[in-house]
Design a protein around this ligand. Structure first.
Ligand code: S3P
Length: 171
């Protein structure tokens, strides 16, 4: 059971685990502000994530990602849906938020990512790249998570699970 303040929530997990959708619905239920970190980066830079990777490279993207998260992490009553790789450089920053990990089966992640052409790290060989990202990151996701939720199937069920876990955690 986490003793962290739950008025600042970050949704973490692999690309395709449903972070943006679940984060947005959860924020409505909790009556918190919602921020999608990738979307915030695109608004601030005037560039698409794909363009940032292509024109400036992944290292520059990670720096922008950290700056953007740093500005948001002191706000209250907020749900932030992070990017799949946000955990890599931001373990310290993420100690300030209550982090909900969306766990999703690998084959489901691959299926979902195959339908989305906007992920620069998964633009080709999706199956093997997804497996590599998953193996590289799984330990860190689990370490950073305050709450782990199964998110392979139904969105309504996932939201209900999160809300009941948050409630129980308050008791
Ligand atoms: C990334 C995931 C993306 C986005 C960027 C890098 C990653 O977000 O931040 O393309 O490193 O896994 P989603 O997890 O929302 O796809």
């Amino acid at each position: 059971m986490s003793k962290k303040n739950k008025t600042r929530i970050c949704i973490i997990g692999m690309p395709g685990s449903g972070k943006s959708t679940i984060g947005s619905i959860l924020s409505e239920k909790l009556k918190y502000r919602f921020i999608d970190l990738d979307n915030e980066i695109e608004i601030n830079t005037g560039l698409k994530i794909k363009e940032i990777f292509k024109d400036m490279g992944e290292d520059s993207f990670r720096k922008i990602e950290t700056d953007t998260l740093n500005k948001l992490i002191h706000k209250d009553r907020i749900v932030i849906s992070t990017g799949g790789g946000t955990i890599i450089k931001n373990e310290e920053i993420l100690k300030k938020s209550y982090n909900i990990l969306l766990n999703c089966k690998l084959n489901e992640l691959i299926k979902r990512a195959s339908r989305n052409k906007n992920r620069p790290l998964l633009s080709s060989n999706i199956e093997s790249k997804m497996k590599d990202l998953f193996n590289e990151r799984k330990e860190l996701y689990n370490k950073i998570a305050d709450l782990k939720i199964e998110a392979s199937t139904n969105i309504t069920e996932t939201i209900a699970d999160i809300l009941s876990s948050l409630e129980n955690d308050y008791k």
